[in-house]
Design a protein around this ligand. Structure first.
Ligand SMILES: *Cc1c(COP(=O)(O)O)cnc(C)c1O
Length: 462
């Protein structure tokens, strides 16, 4: 047993051993409070960020940043929003955000109405006791029932996309008493173990095998392969609980399905008594030119997954919405699937304000219009560069530019970043970079993106 001296005991009680941590927290809290920071402070922030990433977060991030930026630009540290469609790094360089946090900024960066709703709710009550009925969750569930297509009616709230997918998978099992799931090649559904089972990319899955038993993958867009797989599953007594699919694949490189595919898929699911789960974490909330992407194809799923832009670019938030027929499996015991923070008052306030803004500013239609403008402009810019650009495709403001190889993609990303335009290499298909700006992007900003894309293409040697 250790005997503390009086001095040591005093130190323990006065928290003196934490004095350095305490001072560090004070310094950071001061910085957070400031709207403008000095050059010295900016240097301090950059040094601290780079050092701490190397020593305490993951040095791999620094290597990654070096691969997608020129010269010393890997150390660019993001600091604040600059209008709805741009942000600034700590040194005051402005970027047009064409990555949009992989599609979280549909209503823009820090939309005043969403911010205000969250502030107001925070000032009254940030989180709730968990036991009494909480009003905003109930009201948001009604909004979702009204705004989603078909007879989707009951909602469960989560904090992220992967959590929404987990809820969908558990609900499908609960409803069907079956354990087989079919997902598609190049799918991305998240990285927790359940959703990762549906995600398709080998490198992300391999170290964590085996996945949840019962998952199979078929080629995205291949209805015959889907049909045969369903048929075989039924023949061998492993009936399909659900098919999970993104109506348009995002991370996988912006892949659009053949026109009739989703309708045929709906029919197949009905034929075999399987549920259809649409993962609209990235395509929802107006991104593709309609409030939900499935509306383009006239197909209603049994379960719809939402996240990313659902929290208005202010709060982390996710949800599933399901038909009563399916969701009623959760009625007898509402504690069958729960999460402490899912559907918290701040997240709900943000989501409610997000739908308010999407409707008020007619953003789905704007996404369709601006998407067409950008798609046309980018295609024209790439016209003479068939040796570099393989294809440019997309719907609304979910646009993918596919190059002949990764190298060209990286060079284009670097060149654009240098000019203050942030784009995304997709996580699964590095040959394709994604353009997913806020739906509020202006014509002038879109024109600048197209012009710089044209310039960068001209500079690259293949
Ligand atoms: C991003 C994404 C997810 C995962 O969302 P997280 O919030 O990162 O867990 C799931 N599905 C799709 C389609 C996504 O784009």
């Amino acid at each position: 047993m250790t005997n503390f001296t009086e001095e040591q005991k005093k130190q323990e009680t006065t928290m003196e051993k934490y004095v350095e941590v305490y001072n560090y927290t004070n310094k950071i809290l001061d910085l957070i409070e400031k709207q403008e920071i000095s050059t010295e402070e900016a240097e301090w922030v950059t040094r601290q960020t780079v050092d701490n990433f190397r020593d305490h977060v993951n040095p791999g991030f620094l290597s990654y940043r070096k691969s997608v930026t020129k010269d010393g630009q890997f150390a660019a540290v993001e600091w604040k929003d600059s209008g709805l469609n741009c942000f600034m790094d700590v040194n005051g360089k402005e970027y047009i955000d064409c990555l949009g946090g992989f599609g979280i900024y549909n209503v823009g960066h820090g939309h005043p109405k969403v911010k205000q709703a969250v502030f107001n709710q925070m000032n009254r009550q940030a989180l709730h006791s968990q036991d009494l009925l909480d009003p905003l969750r109930a009201m948001l569930a009604k909004i979702l029932a009204d705004i989603t297509p078909g007879d989707l009616k009951y909602a469960f709230f989560a904090n992220s996309g992967t959590e929404a997918v987990e809820a969908a998978l558990k609900l499908a099992k609960m409803h069907s008493d079956r354990t087989t799931f079919i997902a598609t090649t190049r799918a991305f559904h998240g990285k927790s173990l359940g959703s990762l089972s549906g995600t398709a990319k080998g490198v992300f899955r391999k170290p964590f095998l085996p996945m949840i038993p019962g998952f199979r993958h078929v080629h995205f867009g291949d209805i015959e392969m889907m049909r045969k797989t369903m048929e075989v599953c039924a023949m061998v007594g492993e009936d399909v609980a659900a098919v999970i699919i993104e109506p348009i694949q995002g991370e996988g490189g912006v892949n659009l399905p053949p026109e009739a595919y989703l309708k045929q898929l709906r029919e197949l699911c009905d034929q075999y008594g399987a549920l259809l789960i649409f993962d609209e974490v990235q395509t929802g909330m107006g991104r593709t030119g309609k409030m939900f992407c499935c509306e383009h194809y006239g197909v209603v799923p049994d379960i719809l997954c939402l996240a990313k832009a659902f929290g208005g670019g202010i709060m982390p938030a996710g949800a599933i919405v399901a038909t009563e027929e399916v969701f009623k499996s959760f009625f007898p015991n509402p504690f069958m699937h729960t999460t402490t923070f899912g559907g918290n008052p701040l997240a709900c306030a943000a989501a409610i304000a997000t739908f308010n803004v999407l409707i008020e500013e007619n953003l789905p239609a704007r996404a369709a219009e601006m998407g067409e403008f950008m798609l046309k402009g980018l295609r024209e810019a790439a016209d003479e560069h068939g040796d570099k650009v393989l294809e440019i495709r997309g719907m609304g403001l979910l646009i993918g530019i596919e190059f002949h190889n990764d190298e060209i993609g990286y060079e284009v990303s670097k060149g654009l970043f240098d000019k203050g335009i942030l784009v995304a290499g997709t996580l699964i298909n590095a040959k394709t970079i994604r353009i997913e700006p806020p739906l509020t992007i202006t014509i002038e900003q879109a024109e600048r993106v197209i012009a710089e894309f044209r310039n960068v293409l001209a500079q690259i040697r293949v």
